[in-house]
Design a binder for this molecule. Sequence first.
Ligand code: FES
Length: 100
Amino acid sequence: MDQITLITKIGESYHIPVEQHTSIVELAKKNKIPWGYACQRGICAQCRTRVTEGREFLNDITPEEKLRLKKAERREHIRLGCQIKLIGEGSVQLVHTPYM
Ligand code: FES
């Protein structure tokens, strides 16, 4: 079974089974992985996430992410965990990267 790797803001690495069409925040909650979130609507950015591998297996950036994130952040593959969903099967690695 394909797995996704989630790396928390303190560098802990978790390998969990891929679940398509489920947000990263939902996956983290389900697997009891600490991943900041509050609104789950693309507003608070507590779930800010860097995609380090497997962008091609994720949904396109959402209108909420376009509004909340700067272009420079998006160029550096920063997204919002509550908006990211897996839509394909392959190796994906995400790092929780909240604002300081
Ligand atoms: S949980 Fe608020 S933007 Fe993702």
